[in-house]
Design a binder for this molecule. Structure first.
Ligand SMILES: Nc1ncnc2c1ncn2[C@@H]1O[C@H](COP(=O)(O)OP(=O)(O)OP(=O)(O)O)[C@@H](O)[C@H]1O
Length: 338
């Protein structure tokens, strides 16, 4: 049975907009505060989305700005109440049973903090132990493990307000995991972090999932997060589900072109290859002795293109590249897939 079941979930925000009256624009400006006409506008942030997630899965939500990712994850975390549709996590409707639900989930949303700003980090952890009613023995074991995993030892005595963004993110992650939740929700966990910290966070999340079997759901704009953490990709645009499946399947289905980059002996020879490329090559680019050849993987294999070139030329170097998921996602955002 699925751990998370989302069925025709919809969230509409009702926002107040102010209509300017002709009076306001004219000489009666002074009385405009008496003539403000309020009207409401509906913003459909999540629109009729359905999917299921199994225990232990790692799922990344991807989509352009304003797509509805955060709204969706906040509903899953019980922070927002859906407008319609149904949502169950382990049999519980998150927003209806928030207290019990909170005991089983961990949440890391960048703007919020679960830590006490003026206290040393270790004191925040101690307070969370009391709030989550963690036994001293479990607390000791889990905290030790998290300190090592997230490299927190050097910052344990520092007040939270003195921590850098990367240090705070690692601390937030530990705070969200102290009570060993079944599900972890993260909203853009690597945003604004340097490469080394991003890598530490990604490695830690992978390890957490492997060691504890924590189900991880995250929103991101960084495809590397998806590639390195997630088994499954859910793409959302304009509140609608555009893709739900594995990254490999996404590549196969939408990244039609593959790429071979080949270095020949000099740019003149390279230009000869550009003028007369192998069959089924749809596009070429040249930079000095390097030629990049794009071909449709449904029509020919990388090995056939490579051997065609090697039969005709002396090849100094040859690289077969994965289809560019970044490019495909950008194109996907631009086009309407439905
Ligand atoms: N509290 C709110 N009140 C009104 N509208 C909101 C609210 N929160 C989000 N929205 C609107 O809902 C839509 C979806 O926003 P959401 O933050 O879920 O998107 P997102 O995919 O997470 O975007 P981003 O990648 O930019 O963070 C947007 O049009 C946004 O303006």
């Amino acid at each position: 049975m699925s751990l998370i079941t989302v069925d025709e979930l919809t969230k509409v925000y009702k926002v107040r907009s102010r209509k300017k009256t002709p009076i306001e624009k004219g000489i009666f400006n002074s009385i405009k505060r008496f003539t403000k006409l309020r009207q409401y506008q509906n913003i459909s942030a999540v629109n009729n989305i359905s999917f299921t997630i199994d225990t232990g899965e790692t799922v990344g939500f991807l989509g352009p700005n304003g797509a509805g990712k955060s709204t969706l994850v906040k509903m899953l975390a019980g922070i927002l109440v859906p407008t319609s549709g149904s949502l169950k996590v382990n049999g519980v409707t998150p927003h209806r049973d928030r207290m019990n639900y909170a005991m089983n989930i961990g949440v890391v949303f960048g703007q919020r903090t679960t830590l006490w700003w003026d206290l040393p980090l270790s004191h925040s952890f101690d307070l969370l132990r009391v709030i989550y009613e963690i036994t001293p023995q479990d607390y000791e074991t889990t905290l030790r493990w998290l300190i090592e995993l997230l490299e927190l030892e050097p910052i344990l005595d520092r007040p939270v307000r003195q921590l850098s963004l990367g240090q705070r993110m690692r601390a937030e992650l530990a705070a969200a995991l102290l009570h060993r939740p079944q599900v972890l929700f993260l909203d853009e966990p690597t945003i604004g972090l340097d490469i080394a910290v991003k890598q530490r966070i990604r490695t830690s999340l992978r390890e957490l999932n492997r060691e504890w079997g924590v189900t991880i759901l995250l929103t991101t704009h960084d495809l590397r997060d998806i590639e390195e953490i997630c088994q499954r990709l859910i793409v959302i645009d304009k509140g609608q589900l555009m893709y739900n499946g594995s990254l490999n399947h996404f590549r196969e289905q939408f990244c039609g072109n593959r790429v071979i980059r080949v270095a020949l002996t000099d740019r003149h020879i390279a230009n000869r290859l550009v003028q007369d490329p192998p069959p089924e090559v749809t596009y070429t680019e040249q930079e000095g002795p390097w030629v990049t050849l794009y071909f449709d993987q449904a029509k020919t294999k990388a090995a056939d293109v490579a051997s065609w070139i090697m039969n005709k030329y002396i090849v100094m170097d040859l690289v077969v590249e994965e289809p560019s998921i970044e490019k495909t996602v950008t194109e996907l955002y631009r086009s309407e897939m439905k």
